[in-house]
Ligand binder design. Structure first.
Ligand SMILES: [Zn+2]
Length: 565
């Protein structure tokens, strides 16, 4: 294992990879017994790990510096070659499902790989490779446009992350101007985003139809490898959010308005939680990371080992820099059995969330690094977000290290924001169902649809006459809608699970952490609902799950005298 910056990058020889893969597939199909097939599975896995690692390194280096033309062209290489690689993998999945030794293989690898294989096979075909390449290209175009955003605010140019602290300013005029400046940029570029999205919707619909789906919705679910729930279950979940979460969320905005002493809570006031300012970390990035090390050392022996590993091999790029892509993520390099964390520190409490949230993902990946096959390193996304969001809560006893006198402020806003996120999250989900069920909608109709859905779940939002927002343009800043369709309800489902861990930890339930650890170790070896069961959590789709979770949170929030914070 080397430090990240010392890992040498080589572009895979695609022809060679294809030949090797084809040879292995032939060996698999002609295997005389399950032992030979097991061997081939391991060899194919190594090949996948090698390709994944190269692709992931290029992707990380490209997102750290989007002006680096070398990794930009490597990114283009993967945009084109990943669908080809995927086709090879799909052929492997077909062979796997047709194996005469399926029973023996299931005994060794478990059932989940076969379920993944089946849904992957049906959601892909050679006829859609060109369309998928176009889809990747459009996604990259979106990211690039957002990453290179230059917003002029009071004579200085900022990228989007750099503007964030001004949007949380305790000075209302600063907040208003910063938000207005940002949305002016979105409005100026609205047509570009509409064009990209329109092409994406049409391309995805074409892909779905070529594969025999009615529209992109079901394909979207299949691509997310959702094997144990469907769009109807999600409708029921959104209803629980509307019934139990929206009322609390409205109350919380009302409390915020009173706390801030405002007549009306405008959209630019929303980021400010307290008149005296939001909770902020009381030190620079190096200090934050050092406290992170202390926290993970105290939390458990497993988290200590993990965080020391991340530090030793330089597997975190955390600070905001020019030309760095927006957002934060956690990825991994299979060959090195190592996770990697990317973020843009900006001096707000977000920096601590990175250290808990993204580190939660990384911790899970590290726990399941020896699960044998690529497919079992990570579970599906709703399950992944349980690891990250729960880690945010398991880290509560150490928040004093970072926030000092602001600790209670931080906890109150953290828990509030978990609630406030849910209505927005389900709106993003519902919007995409409408969009893909009606692919012929015009950009203006899509905006109208967003506005109506958003108003249903977040009735308190006041856009203060900003035309771009009044007309429903807000969703364009949500990258998932462009790059990872239907990847959003995942955060909501996971939040309901994470809040269950929060409640258990609050009640001093000693089984909470061991159950979490079991969940992390299981990685992707089970489906979402099986993982939920394994962790002794209640299934979020069950109509009786959301309400008690929300009541417990409400009881905690009601005990806080937030006007004193
Ligand atoms: Zn996450």
């Amino acid at each position: 294992m080397k430090r990240f910056s010392e890992i040498e990058y080589h572009r895979p020889d695609l022809d060679k990879v294809q030949n090797t893969f084809n040879g292995l597939l032939e060996k698999f199909d002609n295997a005389p017994d399950s032992a030979v097939q097991e061997e081939v599975i391991t060899e194919i896995n190594d090949l996948k790990a090698e390709f994944q690692t190269a692709s992931s390194i290029a992707n990380v280096r490209n997102s750290i510096d989007s002006s680096n033309t070398f990794y930009e062209s490597e990114q283009e290489f993967y945009d084109t070659s990943e669908p080809i690689f995927r086709e090879l993998n799909i052929r492997f999945y077909k062979s796997l499902n047709n194996s005469p030794f399926k029973k023996q293989l299931e005994g060794k690898f478990g059932k989940q790989i076969f379920d993944i294989a089946a849904v992957s096979v049906r959601s892909f075909g050679p006829a859609v490779i060109t369309d998928m390449q176009e889809e990747n290209r459009l996604g990259t175009e979106y990211s690039k446009l957002v990453a290179t955003a230059e917003v002029e605010f009071r004579g200085v140019k900022y990228n989007l992350a750099g503007l964030e602290p001004y949007k949380q300013s305790t000075d209302r005029a600063t907040r208003r101007e910063a938000s207005q400046a940002e949305y002016k940029w979105w409005a100026d570029n609205a047509e570009k985003f509409d064009t990209i999205y329109d092409k994406l919707v049409k391309t995805r619909t074409r892909i779905a139809q070529k594969l025999g789906y009615k529209n992109f919705v079901e394909l979207g679910y299949d691509r997310m490898l959702r094997t144990d729930y469907n769009a109807d279950a999600v409708v029921q979940f959104r209803k629980q959010v509307l019934d139990y979460v929206v009322p609390l969320s409205n109350q919380l905005r009302e409390r915020q308005r009173e706390r801030l002493g405002l007549d009306k809570l405008k959209f630019y006031d929303v980021p400010l939680n307290y008149l005296s300012g939001n909770a902020t970390p009381k030190g620079d990035p190096a200090w934050i990371i050092e406290n992170g090390r202390k926290m993970y050392a105290e939390l458990s022996s497993e988290t200590k080992e993990f965080f020391d590993f991340m530090m030793e091999y330089d597997l975190m790029d955390l600070v905001n820099k020019k030309n760095k892509q927006a957002g934060g993520y956690c990825t991994h390099f299979s060959q090195y059995k190592s996770p990697f964390i990317f973020s843009n520190f900006n001096g707000t409490s977000h920096d601590i969330d990175v250290l808990t949230h993204e580190a939660g993902h990384a911790f899970q990946c590290y726990q399941s690094r020896n699960n044998g096959i690529e497919e079992y390193l990570w579970p599906t996304y709703e399950a992944c977000e349980i690891h990250s969001m729960s880690m945010e809560f398991f880290a509560w006893p150490w928040m004093e290290l970072f926030f000092k006198e602001d600790t209670q402020k931080y906890k109150f806003s953290h828990l509030s924001s978990a609630i406030l996120f849910l209505p927005y999250g389900v709106a993003v989900d519902e919007f995409q169902h409408v969009v893909y069920e009606n692919p012929e909608m015009t950009p203006a109709q899509r905006n109208e649809a967003w506005r109506a859905i958003d108003a249903k779940y977040r009735p308190y939002v006041d856009f203060d006459g900003v035309e771009y927002l009044e007309k429903g343009g807000l969703w364009k800043r949500q990258g998932h809608i462009f790059r990872s369709p239907f990847y959003y309800i995942d955060y909501c489902l996971a939040q309901i699970c994470a809040l269950q861990f929060w409640g258990r930890a609050q009640r001093g339930d000693k089984t909470a952490w061991p159950d979490y650890l079991t969940l992390c170790k299981a990685g992707g070896s089970k489906s979402f609902l099986d993982l939920v069961k394994l962790a002794n959590l209640n299934n979020p789709f069950e109509p009786t799950t959301v309400q008690p979770v929300i009541s417990e949170v409400q009881a905690w929030l009601d005990k806080v005298d937030d006007k004193k914070l």
